[in-house]
Write a protein that binds this ligand. Structure first.
Ligand SMILES: Nc1ncnc2c1ncn2[C@@H]1O[C@H](COP(=O)(O)OP(=O)(O)OP(=O)(O)O)[C@@H](O)[C@H]1O
Ligand SMILES: [Mg+2]
Length: 465
């Protein structure tokens, strides 16, 4: 990657430098050409007009005009007659009478204004030719040739300076490119090493984000992703260890009871019955726990019952009937205040589980003579279920964890009441799957209040699955 990046940069810089070295030179050369063209044609015009004004065209006349005009800058000034014979030539003094067979002269004799220029050999060489006319008749031609090294020198030294600057700029750009691509690829390499480290299971690994660009952003995203992974992994470990522990306790009790029966000699029938009853209740607890675990694991997998239109008030009424025997045993009064027509679209069993777990807790963690009340109301776009009790309450410090799996405020007390610490997790997951909210708060005057908000059923369509 570093190589490819560097190559792309080099190509770009080289292209830029070539452009920088060629364009200004061509442009200034063209400017000189056009300047030469206008000045030389103008001077040829002046000579031609002066010669046309003489009585007759002759070598002497031409020499006088040239001297008068002070045309010393030119390498060559030549004047010919209409036939192209040389009348005057500064380059070849003895050439008078010879034919000047230059292309420029021939074209000038046919009434053309001619200009030609080139930049070569460290000089601008320019030639101009013009007819000498009087009254429409061509009397002869003027031919000028100039060799300008001054302007050429300026352009050449400009070019040399450009080359020097380019070489320095190229070297600096190369250094910077190498430095930049190095740091860039080093950061990418660190990121991919981090990905490998985390993939190998080190979820505590974090990248030190450097700078403030897209790569920094990527590093931060990577860190937060790893943090989530770490949390999930910790949760999974804790869940597995809690679950094994939870299953181990009743199994150990069952073994102990069974061993007592087999190992006690002359055990009487009543004791055996008592032990077997204990075994049965431990087995029942095991069964309840495993059923709840299965329920939670199905929810984790996203398995859901089909939706149907459920009347929350009606479900609360039938659920509380099931809890009546427990309430009577613990001397807790159950109350229900349900408004009519509180419909939601949900799996019917989930609504039952939510109400049952909350109401069961309200009865279980209560005191003799206490109350457990359930109310169902309609709010704007919501159905509100409130379950409150006058029971033992939940300490403020335990409230944030109360929906975690296997979390119990008082382990001994909960277990003694047959609890596994999974009821509220099921409530939480079921409510969330329905797009609702659940919250818990201490009740004024003692006890606890759980509030669940369900999205109300939309008018019309029933039970979208
Ligand atoms: N209404 C309540 N009043 C006081 N404490 C409560 C109440 N509801 C729940 N708790 C506390 O929260 C803990 C977790 O409740 P959760 O319903 O999840 O488990 P559980 O009742 O112990 O067992 P499970 O419901 O699985 O049979 C309980 O052990 C209890 O300590
Ligand atoms: Mg419970």
């Amino acid at each position: 990657m570093q190589f490819k990046l560097a190559l792309a940069f080099f190509a770009l810089i080289a292209a830029l430098l070539i452009l920088l070295n060629s364009y200004p030179i061509t442009a200034s050369r063209d400017i000189v050409f056009s300047e030469k063209q206008s000045s030389m044609l103008e001077q040829a015009g002046v000579i031609s007009a002066s010669l046309a004004g003489l009585d007759s065209l002759s070598g002497d006349g031409a020499a006088q005009v040239v001297e008068l005009l002070g045309l010393t800058d030119f390498e060559r000034v030549m004047v010919t007659d209409a036939a192209g014979r040389v009348l005057y030539d500064t380059a070849e003094p003895g050439a008078e009478g010879k034919l000047a067979l230059f292309g420029e002269v021939i074209r000038a004799l046919s009434s053309e204004r001619v200009f030609w220029s080139e930049f070569a050999g460290g000089a601008f060489v320019s030639r101009a030719a013009m007819p000498i006319t009087r009254g429409g008749a061509v009397l002869g031609a003027v031919y000028l040739c100039e060799r300008d090294t001054e302007q050429a020198d300026i352009i050449l030294s400009f070019r040399d300076r450009l080359v020097t600057v380019s070489v320095v700029a190229f070297a600096m750009a190369c250094l910077m490119t190498v430095f930049f691509t190095r740091t860039f690829t080093a950061r990418i390499t660190r990121l991919s090493e981090a990905v490998r480290t985390v993939r190998e299971g080190d979820y505590a690994y974090r990248i030190e984000p450097e700078g403030d660009d897209e790569l920094t952003e990527l590093s931060r995203d990577f860190n937060s992703m790893t943090e989530t992974l770490q949390k999930t992994e910790e949760q999974r470990r804790r869940f597995v260890s809690d679950a094994s522990h939870e299953l181990k306790t009743p199994l150990a009790a069952i073994r102990l009871l069974a061993d007592s029966i087999t190992e006690t000699e002359n055990i009487d029938g009543a004791t055996v019955r008592e032990f077997v009853q204990d075994i049965s209740s431990e087995a029942e607890r095991l069964q309840r726990t495993t059923e709840k675990l299965l329920d939670l694991s199905r929810r984790d997998d996203g398995v859901r019952g089909g939706l149907s239109r459920v009347d929350v008030g009606e479900t609360a009424r039938s659920t509380l009937k099931l809890l009546e025997p427990l309430a009577a045993k613990t001397e807790v009064t159950l109350r229900l205040d349900a408004a009519e027509g509180c419909f939601i679209d949900a799996p019917a069993d989930d609504v039952y589980q939510i109400i049952f777990n909350l109401a069961e807790n309200a009865v279980k963690y209560n005191v003799a003579g206490g109350e457990a009340s359930v109310s169902v109301r309609r709010g704007p776009g919501r159905v509100l279920l409130t379950v409150e009790d006058t029971g033992i309450g939940i300490p403020e410090s335990d409230l944030p964890n109360i929906f975690s799996r296997f979390y119990r405020v008082d382990k001994a007390r909960s277990r003694e009441r047959g609890g596994s610490g999974l009821g509220l997790s099921i409530v939480h997951d079921a409510v969330q799957a329905l797009g609702g909210t659940v919250s818990v708060a201490p009740r004024e005057g003692g006890g606890t209040r759980f509030t669940v908000g369900f999205p109300a059923a939309t008018e019309g369509g029933e039970g979208r699955a």
